[in-house]
Design a protein around this ligand. Structure first.
Ligand code: CTP
Length: 404
């Protein structure tokens, strides 16, 4: 598990070193990011020594430093790679920034780019804590279901007594573990996920494809890995970082995807077909580039192999989860595909709407289950939707087994 630990500018920053150690002792990989105010209290070197990693100290690379695209978008990549965001001490200033969506430094920017669980350990003067502005921000953060640990009551650095002390590092570390809900309920399973689009060549330089980005499939692979599964990710061409620990098999065409899936079918116990496979391919791909003329050009297309339907025939006692991307009639289509392709679950999503389907970081889906039920999930990040799909898959396995 990976945690991004953000250190705010407060006296309690020295206790965050203990927190980082407590997390490392519990097997958590920690990446530390410090605000510039935090660096007035503790040296980045302290955290670099504790984590063995470079500490992130600003949004932009240092002047004269190596200016690469990866450092310029580090807040996004670090957010994507982390399973939990912990901020300790969470100062009044950071709480206000998070509550209002300001993004003027690394930590506040990473907060907006992060979609997983957030743990905040506030620490400040008691009057600052009790101020209606801070309390209003706290309400906003609670409404986002962030886990707020503390503050504790006691004698504060400013000499007054009251609520405002940062909680003990061990207590925060424990809260972090419970926030990510470290279930290892997929241990012993091998989950085969297909993701992304396929590309069907028209000629040596052109192809037919679709708008799938692979985000849903990659979120499923990551969620399964985090829950202890072995993961085989058969991926069409996408621009995403491969999840650490997965066996990634890159493919281009539907035919290649089919072959890769069949090659790994034996090992798999759960099959998730999140890929948006092209339904047609060009019947005869010319050896050379097609030249432009003023005449109408027709392409002769043949259907691609329906991988999901083939898996429906070959799945044995494996759990088979298909996807249905529809622009209308979602529920009927999902239930129809469930039956016609012999799936155990079909995840249906309406595409062509904001906040769902292709190119979006969020998704709103229904789950058509082989038990006859259809569940509508509330809109959520693709990471959360992935978690729910896996929860329901495990429940379904139990239900189907006990029905036999
Ligand atoms: N699928 C597949 N092989 C194909 C086409 C689709 O395995 N050649 C899988 C997808 O991975 C997805 C499911 O089938 O899990 C549904 O994809 P979709 O394009 O919605 O369905 P189609 O079967 O193509 O149905 P239709 O075009 O009639 O909507």
């Amino acid at each position: 598990m990976r945690a991004l630990v953000g250190v705010g500018g407060g006296i309690a920053a020295y206790k965050t070193a203990e927190l980082v150690r407590a997390l490392a002792e519990r097997g958590v990989e920690v990446q530390v990011a410090m605000t510039s105010a935090a660096q007035q209290f503790v040296q980045p070197l302290t955290f670099a020594a504790l984590t063995g990693r470079r500490v992130i100290t600003s949004l932009f690379p240092a002047a004269g430093g190596a200016e690469t695209l990866s450092s310029a978008v580090e807040h996004v990549s670090v957010a994507q790679e982390s399973d939990v965001l912990v901020v300790a001490p969470a100062t009044a200033d950071l709480m206000a920034k998070f509550a209002h969506g300001l993004a003027d430094d690394f930590l506040s920017t990473a907060y907006l780019a992060f979609t997983g669980p957030v743990v905040l350990a506030p620490s400040m003067n008691n009057n600052m804590w009790l101020h209606p502005a801070t309390q209003a921000n706290l309400e906003v953060l609670r409404s986002r279901r962030h886990l707020i640990v503390g503050p504790d009551e006691g004698l504060l650095a400013c000499g007054t007594a009251g609520p405002g002390r940062m909680s003990q590092p061990d207590v925060i570390a424990q809260a972090v573990l419970s926030a990510v809900n470290l279930r290892r309920d997929l241990e012993g399973e091998t989950v085969l996920v297909t993701a992304g689009p396929t590309q069907e060549p028209v000629d040596p330089v052109r192809f037919l494809s679709n708008r799938s980005t692979g985000k849903m499939g990659y979120a499923l692979a990551e969620a399964a890995l985090a829950r202890g599964a072995d993961v085989i990710l058969v991926s069409g061409p996408v621009h995403l970082t491969p999840p650490r620990g997965a066996l990634v098999v890159g493919v281009r065409t539907a035919a290649e995807m089919r072959q890769a899936v069949l090659d790994h079918l034996e090992r798999a116990t759960i099959l998730i077909k999140a890929a948006a496979v092209a339904d047609y391919h060009v019947a005869k791909v010319p050896e050379h580039k097609v030249k432009k003329t003023s005449a109408r050009l027709s392409l002769e297309l043949d259907p691609t192999p329906d991988i999901l339907a083939e898996l429906g025939r070959k799945k044995g006692d494996r759990l088979l989860i298909g996807f249905a991307a529809e622009t209308e009639g979602l529920q009927q289509e999902a239930r129809r595909k469930l039956k016609s392709k012999n799936c155990d679950m079909v995840v249906g999503n309406l595409v062509g709407r904001e906040g769902a389907g292709f190119e979006s970081d969020t998704n709103e889906v229904i789950l058509a289950l082989a038990t006859g039920e259809t569940l509508a999930l509330p809109p959520a990040s693709k990471r959360d939707v992935a978690g729910r799909i896996l929860d329901e898959a495990l429940k379904l396995r139990l239900a189907l087994h006990s029905a036999q």
